[in-house]
Write a protein that binds this ligand. Structure first.
Ligand code: MRU
Length: 340
C-alpha cells in the first residue's frame, strides 16, 4: 500500500479523507499543495507527516532555488501546520540543515532541491525500515490467539511501511498466531473505522470495529488481551502523546490489568521535552466534532472542543517498542540508552 511518493517532479499521495470508499491519488506540484494536503488531513499520521514535510521542502527549493532565508520561513511554516506530531518538525529541520550545510552553491551533489529530495527519500527509506523492525520486536509481545485493541490508524497509511502499532499486528497475523483486532472507530475523524479497518481488511486480519465507548465493556468481559497504539511525540520521561482517547484506554488497561503498548520510531521521540506536560496539543476545527459523515449533529451555537491528542503518562505504559528494541521502565534512563 503506497501512502506518499515522489515521481517526475511531483509528490503523490493517497487521499485519506476519501478512504475507504474511494482510492483517489492527489498530485502536489508545489509545496503549498502539500501544506494543504496536511492541513485537511489527506495525509496524516506522524511518520507520514514527516515525509510529507520533507518532500514539501524539496518542492519549495525547486521553486525558491538557493535562497536560504526563504527556505527557513517555508520550513517553519511547514513544521507548524500540525504541532503535536514531532516527526513533521523533526524531518523538516533535518532537511533544512542539509540545505544550509549545502550552502548557496551548486556542488557536484547537485542543486539544493536535488539534495533535499535525496534527504527526503533517505528519511522515507529509514522510516520504512523502522516499521519492519518495530514489527519484528513488537510481534514477540503478542501471544497466540490474542485479541488486540488498537486506536486511530498507526498503519501503512500513517507511514510508508507496515506501520507502527499495526506492524506487530500484521506480522503476528502473518506468523499464523490467529490473533484478532478490536478497531476503535476513533471519533471525531474516524481514522480507526475508516483507515485501520481498511488496512486490516486488505491484510486479511480478523477484526471488529467498535465505537470508542465500548472498550471498557469488552475489557470487563475479558475479551481484550492487550492494547497497542502508535504515538505522535514521546517525551524524555516516556510520557506519550497520541490520538485523543488513548489516555482513556491506558487508564482502563491499568484498572483491568491489561498490557498497554506504544509502538513508535526514534523520529517520534523528543528528548528536548522533560515530560509530556510540555507537549503541545493540536486543537482541530470544531466542524470535525459538529459533523459526522457530512451530517450536522450538534445544535448551532453550542460550544465545542476538539483537542486532537492526549498524553498518556509513562507509568501507564507497559513498554514502548521502537525500531531499536523494546523499552521498559525506568523510561528516562532506558530511552536515553536506546534512543539517545
Ligand atoms: O491526527 P492523525 O490522524 O495524524 O493522528 C495520528 C495518530 O494519532 C497516530 O496514532 C500516530 O500518528 C501514530 S501513527 C504511526
Amino acid at each position: 500500500m503506497k501512502t506518499i511518493w515522489y515521481k517526475n517532479e511531483v509528490v503523490k499521495l493517497i487521499d485519506q479523507t476519501k478512504l475507504p470508499l474511494e482510492e483517489k491519488i492527489v498530485t502536489c506540484r508545489d509545496y503549498k499543495q502539500v501544506i494543504r494536503a496536511i492541513k485537511i488531513m489527506q495525509i496524516r499520521g506522524a511518520p507520514a507527516l514527516g515525509i510529507a514535510g520533507a518532500y514539501a521542502l524539496a518542492l519549495a527549493a525547486g521553486k525558491q532555488g538557493r535562497d536560504l532565508k526563504k527556505l527557513r520561513c517555508i520550513a517553519n511554516e511547514i513544521a507548524n501546520i500540525r504541532p503535536t506530531a514531532v516527526n513533521l518538525a523533526w524531518a523538516v529541520e533535518r532537511c533544512y540543515r542539509v540545505a544550509a550545510g549545502h550552502g548557496t552553491r551548486n556542488t557536484e551533489h547537485g542543486t539544493v532541491a536535488a539534495v533535499l529530495l535525496r534527504e527526503a527519500e533517505i528519511i522515507a527509506t529509514e522510516e520504512k525500515n523502522a516499521c519492519l523492525m518495530m514489527g519484528k520486536h513488537g510481534e514477540k509481545l503478542i501471544k497466540r490467539g490474542w485479541r488486540v485493541l488498537t486506536h486511530c490508524n498507526a498503519g501503512s497509511l500513517a507511514t510508508v511501511g507496515l506501520g507502527t502499532a499495526l506492524a506487530p499486528i500484521k506480522l503476528a497475523h502473518r506468523a499464523g498466531k490467529k490473533i484478532s483486532v478490536f478497531v476503535d472507530e476513533t471519533r471525531p475523524f474516524l481514522q480507526g473505522a475508516r483507515l485501520t479497518a481498511y488496512e486490516m481488511k486488505k491484510e486479511g486480519v480478523p477484526f471488529e470495529v467498535i465505537t470508542d465507548n465500548m472498550a471498557a465493556h469488552f475489557m470487563s468481559l475479558g475479551e481484550v488481551d492487550c492494547v497497542i497504539t502508535g504515538a505522535d511525540r514521546i517525551a524524555a520521561n516516556g510520557d506519550a502523546a497520541n490520538k485523543i482517547g488513548t489516555l482513556g484506554l491506558a487508564v482502563l488497561c491499568s484498572y483491568f490489568g491489561i498490557p498497554f503498548y506504544i509502538v513508535a520510531p526514534s523520529s517520534t521521540f523528543d528528548s528536548s521535552l522533560a515530560s509530556g506536560k510540555s507537549i503541545p496539543i493540536e486543537e482541530r476545527p470544531r466542524e470535525e466534532v459538529e459533523n459526522c459523515g457530512g451530517m450536522r449533529l450538534v445544535p448551532r451555537g453550542a460550544r465545542v472542543r476538539n483537542p486532537a491528542f492526549d498524553v498518556t503518562p509513562a507509568k501507564l505504559i507497559t513498554a514502548i517498542v521502537s525500531e531499536r528494541g523494546i523499552i521498559r521502565a525506568p523510561y528516562r534512563r532506558n530511552i536515553r540508552k536506546t534512543i539517545g
